[in-house]
Design a protein around this ligand. Structure first.
Ligand code: ZN
Length: 223
């Protein structure tokens, strides 16, 4: 299975150092190493700074699953690349959209709603991730009914998404918010999973439960 990990890789100047401290090799480096360490998975990292914004037809044709993390610069992705990703998803490529990729052009395109519309606060507060579908393959290995993320950005409802075909996780926050944090859809032959945890300056992707979810998610999304 081939996994392409794509990251915008252009933090705001005030966040760059904090992000480097948490992920010295970038989020793309951290996650591609995680996937490459799994049996049967080959992983590549790509960024917006690469040729064709790291999303060439060749790279997308190679990928069985695209893991996509964008943030502030989501509007700068060329519409032709959005068309190309959508085409590959409809053909059967899996898409795992992470955290602020809720606002990305490709996620909005595939959902058909204004998915950038959420309630959010950058506050480094705790979040509790509830496993609301324990039999789902993406929840495999999570034995507790919930787990804590000590520090992350808070996302809250209303999140303008079509009703998920499968809801796997629901997150409640220190501030009382609730958020549909782990959701599955199908478009054409492709499977899509959105997972909300992972603000760039919090070390969420080092956490055992989150890493298990991400590995489960790419295995589920692959055709
Ligand atoms: Zn964030």
């Amino acid at each position: 299975m081939n996994v392409l990990v794509w990251y915008e890789n252009r933090p705001l100047p005030e966040h760059a150092e904090a992000e480097r401290r948490v992920y010295p090799n970038g989020i793309h480096g951290e996650l591609s190493a995680l996937f490459a360490a799994q049996p049967g998975i080959q992983a590549r990292a790509a960024t917006m700074q690469d040729a064709q914004q790291g999303l060439s037809d060749e790279a997308l044709a190679w990928a069985d699953v695209l893991v996509y993390f964008s943030h502030k610069h989501w509007r700068e992705i060329d519409d032709g690349r959005v068309d190309a990703i959508q085409r590959r998803v409809l053909e059967g490529m899996g898409l795992v959209a992470l955290h602020s990729a809720h606002a990305s052009k490709i996620f909005q395109r595939l959902m058909g709603t204004r998915t950038h519309q959420i309630h959010w606060r950058e506050n480094d507060e705790w979040q509790r991730v509830w496993v609301v579908n324990p039999a789902h393959p993406i929840a495999a290995g999570l034995t507790d009914e919930s787990f804590m993320i000590p520090r992350d950005e808070t996302y809250g409802e209303y999140f303008e998404i079509p009703q998920p075909e499968e809801q796997v996780f629901l997150t409640t926050a220190q501030g009382g918010e609730a958020f549909r944090s782990g959701c599955c859809w199908r478009r054409g032959r492709g499977k899509i999973f959105y997972f909300s945890a992972g603000h760039e300056t919090c070390s969420v992707y080092h956490q055992r439960e989150v890493r298990a979810i991400l590995v489960n998610a790419v295995r589920w999304a692959a055709n």
